[in-house]
Ligand binder design. Sequence first.
Ligand SMILES: [Zn+2]
Length: 257
Amino acid sequence: MRELVFVVFSTLLGACMGSFLNAVALRTVEERPWWGAERSRCFACDQVLGPLELVPLLSWLFLGGRCRTCGAKIPLRYPLAELAGAVTAGLLAWRWGLTFTGFFALATGFILLLNALTDLYSGYIYDAFALVLGAVGLLLRSAGGWGALLDGLAGALAGAGVIILIIVISRGGMGWGDAWLMAGTGAALGLQLTLVSLYLGFIFGGIVALALLAMKIVKRKDPIPLGPFLAFGAFLALVWGPALWGWFDFAVKWPWS
Ligand SMILES: [Zn+2]
């Protein structure tokens, strides 16, 4: 019962966090301040949004996807980011429960989502946001002793190392932002789950890139941001990575065991 309440609570919190992180990502990309008194406004008519219009997902559904004042179509990225936040938090809360690990799983999931959003909107991963991921990892691992800290270091080195290797070999096929993102991810996830993240991230990135090429939505030389796929891979690793390792008879190290 307590677990169920936690999952429902986390899902609702996740929808709000998705909305908030979307605003942070958009304001960062547009170089607007994201603290202070600036209110949320309609992107088209500049009308300040009322409290009911700020309810994640539900307001979008009830408004039929349009601004109440001017009737402009609300871009899909708003409800989609809210949905992504809800799914991220709901699944992580379901997997890790109301525990120390569960708290860090949520924090990690939200920062991964923020990094995916800035990369989607601008093709850019902000070092500062990747660094926050590393800081969360360090905080988490300081509770687990030297073994846990070393595992975070190994994850960071492996995650960034693989991307840097690709940067060197492909000469610009991938950005340094991706390397920082994987360093931060590795610090939080540890070596084993970082390898799962990279594996799944590249597979999904490859599949989507091929599909976009086949449907002629992008051309061969168009850059496709890798960050969202790496973040998605890391999210899947957080939920199902331990089960995957268990399938090969390996136990995943603290705290993701
Ligand atoms: Zn409007």
